[in-house]
Structure formats: C-alpha cells, structure tokens
Design a protein around this ligand. Structure first.
Ligand code: IMP
Length: 191
C-alpha cells in the first residue's frame, strides 16, 4: 500500500520508510506531487499537520500522511513550539537563542512533539496521533548526530542527548517514531 507523505523532505521519507521496513510492514511512503507547497497557518501542531495532509490529498486524491513537529520548553510556556523551525535564522542560532532564554532558569524540562494526521482516499481524517519524547535542555551542546535541537536535548531516562544517539536509537524513542508506530498499527489493522 502506497501512502503520500505530505513533505518535500526526502530525508524524512527515507527515515519513515526505514522504520516501516524494520517492522516488516507492507507500506511504502512516497513524495507528494512537485507542486505541493502548503501554507502552515495553523496555531497548533495538529492543525498544521491537517493542513499539510489535506493539501497533499487535494493533489494526489489517495492516502496521505502529514507530520508537524517541534520542541516545547516548559519554562518558556511551550516555546519555540510551532515556531521551532523559525526561532532564528540558522539551527545554531536557534540553539543559541534557547540557551540564552534559559539562562538562570532552573526548570529545564522540555519535550518534542509530533502530530500526525492520516487522510483517506475520500479526503477525510482517518486517524491522528501526537507522539511525545520527554527530556530536558542542557546548558551546552553535545553530540553531532540528528538535526535541529538534538544537541541540547537530553533524553529522559538516558545520559545522552538526542544528538549522541545513533539513528536506530533515535528511531526507537523519538516523538516521530512514537506517532508513526501508532499510525502504522492503525493501518495494519485496516488492510
Ligand atoms: P518538522 O515539522 O518536522 O519540519 O520540524 C519543525 C522543526 O522542529 C525542525 O526544523 C526542528 O527545528 C524542530 N524539530 C522537529 N523534530 C526534531 C528532532 O527530532 N530533533 C531536533 N529538532 C526537531
């Protein structure tokens, strides 16, 4: 069964297909048509993931799945949240901004969230799920794997940051893989 992943990020499609393959499931995620260019105007991760999934459905008229994710920091009232990708100009500057905003702050609890929306060939929401990965923000960067805020995010129950985990290890605990596994479980029972 082929499902359009509402993202133009080839790396994301590959990451998701790797997780699917590791679970031995009969699904293949593919890129949306080239003119896929949604405007993320939602005020929540859930709304943005619906906007993306529906935009892809309008073009492909088949099963579509979208995700929207980001980092939420308790002491910053959930920021950067849906603004995670735009919190500053570059990934390094975004990390710098977060560390500055947390200077002198004791509660450094945070979580990554990933909202996924699955739309069926009729254009209706078939299933949705929000995956969460808990942790806290350390005071310096550690590790070189992953992307985004991974080097400052210490995974709960581990001594390492997300950027110190291997790709496989991250795929076992990440917000994206938690959400994806729920979506796949749903799809498995459907086909
Ligand atoms: P997207 O919705 O998956 O494109 O994620 C939006 C932004 O959230 C990214 O540009 C990153 O800044 C941040 N983000 C999402 N997932 C992760 C992750 O697994 N590690 C680090 N940063 C992430």
């Amino acid at each position: 069964m082929r499902i359009v992943l509402a993202s133009s990020n080839k790396h994301k499609v590959q990451e998701i297909n790797d997780i699917v393959a590791s679970l031995g499931l009969p699904f293949e995620f593919i890129l949306p048509p080239a003119d896929f260019d949604p405007e993320e105007t939602g005020t929540t991760f859930e709304e943005n993931s619906y906007i993306k999934a529906y935009e892809a459905w309008k073009l492909a008229k088949t099963w579509t799945l979208a995700d929207d994710s980001g980092l939420c920091i308790d002491a910053l009232n959930g920021k950067p949240g849906i603004y995670s990708a735009r919190y500053a100009e570059t990934p390094a500057l975004r990390i710098e901004r977060v560390l500055k905003e947390l200077e002198g702050v004791e509660n450094r609890d945070a979580h990554f969230t990933c909202a996924m929306t699955l739309i069926n060939p009729e254009g209706n929401i078939e299933y949705k799920y929000q995956g969460i990965c808990e942790g806290c923000i350390i005071k310096e960067t550690r590790g070189t794997n992953g992307f985004g805020y991974d080097p400052i995010f210490l995974v709960k129950g581990d001594t390492r940051t997300m950027a110190e985990l291997s790709e496989d290890e991250k795929n076992r605990v990440s917000h994206r893989s938690v959400a994806l596994r729920h979506i796949l479980e749903y799809l498995k029972n459907l086909v």
